[in-house]
Design a protein around this ligand. Structure first.
Ligand SMILES: Nc1ncnc2c1ncn2[C@@H]1O[C@H](COP(=O)(O)OP(=O)(O)OP(=O)(O)O)[C@@H](O)[C@H]1O
Length: 361
């Protein structure tokens, strides 16, 4: 394996009824989501990268060699510059928020400190909570403290194991913007384990799909989400991810217009966004219907001409249709009857009516 930038992890490990065998070549920045069903080995991967689990193989992180069996190199976990955030924030109950955050930072030689405590506190919005004891924090606040504490160790990578899974929807919505901000401002690569397609759509810049201890597929989230042969593109949560830029904001109607290769989509949102800003949109396959001719006098604002690329069976009575709208993938989940009655087949042009679209970022 090379010492080049990027995260390379070749890991092999056998348990009684589970084998992990992966060769991960991940970007050295951004958020890599590890996604897959329960028991597929996501946590085991993170733990092996951290050195908490002894797998055979090698782990290189942006030039640092943490493990390389061929060279008999093994760096113990406490010497790996990493931050680990668990599902449940495991804060020290007898220490204030401030002391919790200082914990890793104080143990680090000054020359190795790349993230200041003030910056970590500011990034996670914790300045008003520094004197509190952990028992008096909400779940979302606790998780923000855990993340700030992980940053105190000036990590070369942040390993996040379902950091939002224990939180309710409101708390998730509270913590997510902090994760995005962290990513934008500190640019520390994150390996992010999740079960949630929402979190993948919102955060991930690279996606690894795991199944039964192996890599099923990896690549750009938008590309993998629209692959009908992969599990993300089945069922109710199947969605396309559309990358574009804000073209206009109509304050009166709270309507944002986002342009992308293939057209533009209007999305209602309470908050203004600046023209020119990047935007990610999530379009659920169940919110897209298809018509043979341009619909007239419809309440649907978004109608895009598109070409049918592929039709695959979905739930009983349903098919998933992959569309190409000028180079951007969309998906529509329609009934088998509609497909038959409209005579829809691969290679044909249709009009996609997008009934719902949401900002994913
Ligand atoms: N300490 C352990 N001892 C033995 N088997 C384990 C241990 N930890 C996990 N396993 C098994 O290893 C496999 C992979 O577990 P892992 O926790 O990595 O999966 P996961 O994808 O993270 O699952 P989840 O999404 O449920 O957290 C599972 O079959 C699990 O039962």
């Amino acid at each position: 394996m090379s010492a080049a930038p990027g995260i390379h992890a070749r890991l092999q490990l056998a348990r009684a009824d589970f084998v992990l065998d992966v060769d991960l070549q991940l970007p050295g920045d951004g958020v890599t989501a590890l996604f897959g069903p329960s028991g597929c080995g996501k946590t085991t991967c993170l733990r092996a990268i951290a050195g908490l689990e002894r797998a055979r193989g090698a782990v290189h992180v942006n030039g640092d060699v943490w493990q390389d069996d061929a060279r008999r190199t093994w760096v113990p976990t406490h010497r790996r510059a990493l931050g680990y955030v668990f599902q449940e924030a495991s804060l020290f109950a007898h220490l204030t928020v401030q002391r919790n955050i200082e914990y890793g930072w104080k143990r680090l030689p000054a020359a190795q400190r790349r993230v200041s405590l003030e910056h970590a506190v500011e990034l996670l919005g914790l300045s008003a909570l520094l004197a509190r004891m952990p028992q008096l924090l909400s779940g979302g606040e606790r998780q923000r403290v855990a993340i700030a504490r992980a940053l105190g160790a000036s990590p070369r990578v942040l390993l996040m194991d379902e950091p939002l899974a224990a939180l309710d929807a409101a708390r998730k919505a509270e913590v997510l913007p902090y994760l995005e901000r962290l990513q934008r401002e500190l640019r520390i690569p994150m390996l992010y384990v999740t079960h949630s397609a929402d979190e993948v759509a919102r955060l991930a810049t690279h996606l690894v799909l795991l199944r039964a201890g192996r890599v099923l597929a990896q690549g750009a989230p938008a590309a993998l989400m629209a692959r009908l042969d992969l599990p993300l593109a089945t069922g109710d949560g199947a969605a396309a991810l559309v990358h574009g830029r804000v073209q206009a904001w109509d304050a009166q109607d709270h309507l944002l217009t986002v342009g992308f290769a293939g057209g533009r989509l209007h999305v209602t949102t309470p908050h203004a966004r600046a023209v020119g800003e990047e935007a990610r949109l999530r379009v659920l396959a169940r919110d897209v219907s298809l018509a043979r001719s341009p619909p007239q006098a419809t309440s649907v604002l978004n109608v895009l001409p598109a070409c049918i690329v592929q039709i695959a069976p979905d739930a009983p009575g349903q098919v998933m249709v992959r569309l190409d709208a000028g180079g951007t993938a969309l998906m529509a989940r329609i009934t088998v009857r509609s497909q038959r009655e409209l005579g829809l087949a691969e290679g044909e042009t249709v009009f996609a009516q997008v009934k719902g679209v949401a900002l994913a970022d």
